[in-house]
Design a protein around this ligand. Structure first.
Ligand SMILES: Nc1ncnc2c1ncn2[C@@H]1O[C@H](COP(=O)(O)OP(=O)(O)O)[C@@H](O)[C@H]1O
Ligand SMILES: [Mg+2]
Length: 294
């Protein structure tokens, strides 16, 4: 059987003393698209960084095309990653900030394909056009909005036509129209050439549109994994049964506590005292009115 292009086995990682990945097992089978979902802060980006060899697991292992990354030399890892194109969430989305959007795409084409300069320019123009960035080709990457940056990073990842894609936070920073556009472009790209893809998303629509399988990261582990329809049906269940419900205790109804409760008690006490005083004054027939303190 063909080895999985990407696999995590029992990956552990603590950050700032807190376990973020606590034994993650995940297989991205050849030719499949897996959507990694889970609440913000669940560790999706951290896991992606481990899968790309950008971070090393404290224990457990990552395998690329069936080979353990920890057994690879730097040059072997670089070679294994030649088949992989990635967009990883982070400041600048991995773009060269002081280069133009067009040069960012041209740079990757020059270093990862054997295309002639003319074909590289044609390819770059194609990807910038389909991702709605034609008018921003000359802008510096650092001048882009978050959504433009995301699309520029996607253009750079898709242009070389690599067989394995890792797309972190796919719709992050994109409005619904651009999200739909990006989904169309990625879907077309995945269809041609039987590509393998791991994407992370918060959107069930994106997962439904692009993925075959969904894995839900929660509590540092893959809490659910299976065919997209099956896992999303669980996600549609009312909270807290929903597999995509935020981690942590459910919100409690607002009740006055601490200081507000004390103020309320004092007010009630004042009103009672005022009423008693008024009754006493009435009984004394002084004719004075005691005003309630509010
Ligand atoms: N460099 C870091 N140092 C300390 N904590 C980090 C670091 N990077 C991420 N974290 C923490 O790890 C957790 C997972 O983050 P992340 O992988 O970005 O989650 P997700 O992508 O699912 O939103 C978060 O609580 C985040 O604050
Ligand atoms: Mg993230």
């Amino acid at each position: 059987m063909e080895p999985a292009p990407i696999e995590a086995r029992g990956v552990h990682r603590a950050l700032a003393g807190r376990p973020v990945l606590a034994g993650v097992d995940l297989v991205v089978p050849a030719g499949a698209t897996v959507a990694l979902m889970g609440p913000s802060g669940a560790g999706k980006t951290t896991l992606v960084r481990h899968l790309l060899g950008l971070q090393v697991p404290e224990s457990g292992e990552v395998l690329l095309a069936g080979r353990p990354v920890k057994a690879m030399s730097d040059s072997e890892l670089r070679r294994a990653l030649r088949d992989v194109a990635a967009v990883v969430q982070g400041p600048g989305d991995g773009l060269m900030g002081s280069s133009s959007v067009r040069d960012n795409v041209l740079y990757v084409l020059e270093h990862t394909t054997g295309l002639s300069p003319r074909d590289r320019r044609r390819e770059a123009q194609h990807w910038l056009r389909v991702l709605g960035l034609e008018g921003r080709a000359g802008a510096l990457a650092q001048e882009l909005s978050r959504g433009e940056r995301k699309r520029a990073a996607l253009a750079r990842a898709l242009a070389p036509g690599k067989p394995v894609l890792v797309l972190d936070d796919l719709e992050g920073g994109l409005d619904p129209v651009r999200t739909a556009l990006v989904c169309d472009v990625v879907a077309d790209h995945l269809r041609e050439g039987r590509r393998t893809c791991l994407l992370t998303t918060h959107s069930t629509e994106v997962a439904q549109r692009l993925a075959d399988r969904v894995a839900v990261l929660s509590g540092g582990r893959i809490a659910h994994e299976g065919p997209v329809g099956e896992v999303l049906a669980l996600a549609a269940a009312p909270a807290p049964a929903s597999v995509l419900a935020p981690v942590g205790p459910p919100p409690v109804a607002a009740t006055p506590t601490g200081r507000p409760r004390l103020v309320l008690l004092l007010l009630v006490l004042l009103v009672v005292l005022a009423l008693i005083a008024q009754q006493l004054l009435d009984q004394l027939g002084s004719g004075h009115r005691v005003l309630a303190p509010f």
